[in-house]
Ligand binder design. Sequence first.
Ligand code: NAD
Length: 512
Amino acid sequence: CSLKRTSQQPWQEYSPTTKLFIDGKFVDSQTTEWIDIHNPATNEVVSRVPKATQEEMQAAADSCSRAFHPWAETSILSRQQVFLRYQQLIKDNIKELARLITLEQGKTLADAEGDVFRGLQVVEHACSITSLMLGETLPSITKDMDTYTFRLPIGVCAGIAPFNFPAMIPLWMFPIGMVCGNTYLMKPSERVPGCTMLLAKLLQDAGAPDGTLNIIHGQHAAVNFICDNPAIKAISFVGSNQAGEYIYNRGSSNGKRVQSNMGAKNHGVVMPDANKENTLNQLVGAAFGAAGQRCMALSTAILVGEARDWLPELVERSKALRVNAGDQPGADVGPLISPEAKVRVNSLIQSGVDEGATLLLDGRAVNVKGYENGNFVGPTIISNVKPEMTCYKEEIFGPVLVVLEAADLDEAIALINNNQYGNGTAIFTNNGATARKYTHEVDVGQIGVNVPIPVPLPMFSFTGSRGSFRGDTNFYGKQGIQFYTQIKTVTSQWKAEDAGVSSPAVTMPTIR
Ligand code: NAD
């Protein structure tokens, strides 16, 4: 493959084997079970990742536990300094981080840089921790009495990440958890661990003490370890519904806080009064970018009224996208993560045909010269889709846009509100009243008005809802700080020396 790991760094050395990161050291696993990591553009093995042993996972959790009190007691200004240095190191290494993402995940290099950049913004926001962690005070709630709160870390926290954003999603997790004073056990996706390992090295270089971040690898056993280990107080999960529901249930039944961001089916509603040029470009970019492997991909279009006449132009623009290996100049759409994902996407496309939809653009036979073994599917558009069809009900997670039609806005809103997911949606319109009605009536957690992928910046939170989320506090922003902290409330009374309590009060103290 054209993308080989070149530099010999401590986290990789010469061996193409992903290390564990335990107690500040990048170490080889002693396991006998390994998973091959493939370049999705070629299917060549580029590395292998261990399924960490129980002893290794326990060593990682113990390291987090030992590091917790010293880190929680480190001054908030010192923790802030670590993350101020960290954001600079991420900026300095953005190209190398992106290269690792493209190598293991397949997305284009430009898109991979965007992946790092969106995570970097979370780290930059974490540097405001001195404001974000402020408590509250209420003086003189009664005579000589004040109440104030501290926002404090909760202990060892853990993150379980998906394959589709190897930088951004881990960076939603450990920087926010750690800047609050928690220590962190991270399990990256076993399909794309390389980027997380470099992020760990950079965090160490930024001055994070040994044990504050540990990294384990694996699949089910690692997930179960995290759900069951009593030292772990909170779990952040991002990935599929199957895993997310399981982790939410198992983790919370063990008394842990769990936030679980899961699958999606995001609808883009196109009103006939929208700016056509802008809308079609936005739709094509948001449906096929990252080969549709984004939880906020706009994978479903609802054309309202006369907007249905725009379909031929939608097809023309989609056809023009260049499908190629992510490191090739000019590539728009890279490969899917695995041959299994390609088989699954192709079969969902076929299900649309079998169930009576119209295949307007078929990307299944795409031929990428020089990358014949890659997991490529070209942009695909299925129209005349009905809500009961499999290609509508399932999250496809590939470069496939399914198109439905609606007579009016009410019909479009009803369709969306009947769908199980509530991650994101967008409306394209030039009418303010239409946009307002939509944003108020649609039951989806993140809404774009003429914005196709409305992922909130980190001063807000990622607020997917309904079937796309389990838990009660979201990722990053104020909600993220709340997830990773607990409140201690102090009520104190300082009376002048001669104004003490003259006799014992045995009734419930009432504060008036
Ligand atoms: P995945 O659920 O297969 O894997 C996510 C993590 O869970 C991995 O670390 C994996 O090791 C673990 N895992 C996988 N199967 C498991 C199981 N059965 N039991 C326990 N753990 C398991 O998800 P993925 O394929 O890596 O990612 C794609 C999915 O993630 C899509 O559904 C996408 O919509 C979703 N996603 C959601 C968001 C969001 O914020 N809502 C963001 C990105 C991706």
